[in-house]
Design a protein around this ligand. Structure first.
Ligand code: SF4
Length: 272
């Protein structure tokens, strides 16, 4: 299998709509993973940022941010700004998890193209994120987003504290049932200053085995979150197993696409 490198920081900007703040402050992250993103706090600032980034050459935008205590991105006040970005011409991804039907409809109406959807089992949701959610909540959220014509790309973090043996089989059933075209796998990073800083990152072999199972039901990307100290090993082991690697180790010298690794094939031309 041919593997390409995806570099989201070029034409596909990542924006936190809560700046550096996160109310959820979950045990695995404590807000630290927001630090590498551009930050805004008001919808009008999102539009301003979009206009200047469009002039610079950006064509895609990932809208992410800290979550509220229910584990949701507080996106409602930003819907009009997203419509405006869409009108300018941006491809729009939203980093989301379970949400209700009305929220999915709102994202559909705003013109969201892709949902980078965090998929995890009940135990991980509770232990890693402090959330009381079942796998059915995740399934319903994915169905509702798909029903709005949004490309749902599940993001599965391997090695999450609390994740159960056998969870992968459940994810594979969901992915098959919903005819998901692409799945992103990531590796849990034990992050200094968080409750789980002493845990171990998943082995490159763990990621490879998961990718081999998942690719029986969908295309698979190796996403941008993985322990930097294992990056070379991860990327070497996954190269040829997945067809996309986000921010690949430079020893691999892969063909370059300047976009998030979740974009549908038919949009790639805009990011080469
Ligand atoms: S994992 Fe892929 S889709 Fe998700 S933020 Fe990173 S590059 Fe973008």
């Amino acid at each position: 299998m041919n593997t390409s490198g995806f570099f989201p920081k070029g034409k596909f900007i990542e924006v936190s709509i809560t700046g550096r703040a996160c109310q959820l402050n979950c045990p695995i992250c404590g807000g630290r993973w927001l630090e590498g993103m551009l930050g805004v706090n008001r919808p009008e600032d999102l539009v301003k940022l979009g206009i200047s980034e469009w002039k610079r050459g950006a064509r895609g935008i990932l809208i992410s941010g800290g979550y509220n205590r229910e584990g949701k991105l507080p996106i409602q006040p930003f819907l009009w700004a997203i419509r405006e970005l869409k009108r300018i011409g941006f491809i729009i991804s939203v980093h989301t998890g379970p949400l209700d039907k009305k929220e999915a409809q709102d994202l559909g109406k705003a013109g969201v193209d892709i949902a980078d959807f965090e998929l995890m089992d009940e135990n991980s949701a509770r232990i890693a994120k402090g959330l009381n959610l079942s796998l059915e909540d995740y399934l319903r959220g994915m169905e509702d987003l798909s029903g709005e014509g949004i490309e749902v790309v599940p993001h599965i973090i391997l090695g999450l504290p609390g994740s159960r043996e056998g969870s992968l089989a459940g994810y594979i059933d969901i992915i098959r049932e919903l005819k998901i075209r692409r799945t992103v796998i990531l590796g849990f990073i034990p992050t200094p200053g968080t409750e789980f800083s002493d845990e171990t990152a998943p082995s490159p072999e763990t990621l490879r085995r998961a990718a081999e199972e998942l690719r029986k039901v969908s295309r698979v990307s190796l996403g941008c979150m993985r322990a930097p100290w294992l990056k070379r090993e991860y990327d070497r082991m996954l190269s040829g197993v997945v067809d996309r690697i986000a921010n690949p180790h430079n020893s691999l010298n892969l063909e370059r696409v300047e976009a998030c690794c979740s974009i549908p094939e038919e949009l790639i031309d805009r990011f080469i």
